[in-house]
Design a protein. Sequence first.
Length: 130
Amino acid sequence: MKRTGIINAELAGALALLGHTDEVLVCDSGMPRPGGVPVVDLAFTAGIPSFTDVLGGLLTEIVVEGATAASEVTEANPECAALLAERLPQLTHIPHEELKTRSARARLIVRTGEARPYANVLLRCGVPFG
């Protein structure tokens, strides 16, 4: 049994398969999910698990070299916008419709129970060496 880190077997296995520049969409419970992209659905009830908790867990497990969120998050969900800005200094913003289109090329989608708008981010994987 794992001592630390993500203990969800499906999610831990999916993360282990990621490579450099692969993208992972971490999304709220309402984000449309494109067909053909594997989804680890962690949603239990509205708000559980939260986007904040899932993002925090993922950031301890994977190297992130870039991130993209919807520009609408700044106005519609300032708490989430602040979290993303704090945790992801390399964050860029694009329109939500473009984020939905780009999510079709993600290697993995992690769905949370988040019930606040625009709590979505595409994480681009980096490498753990220089």
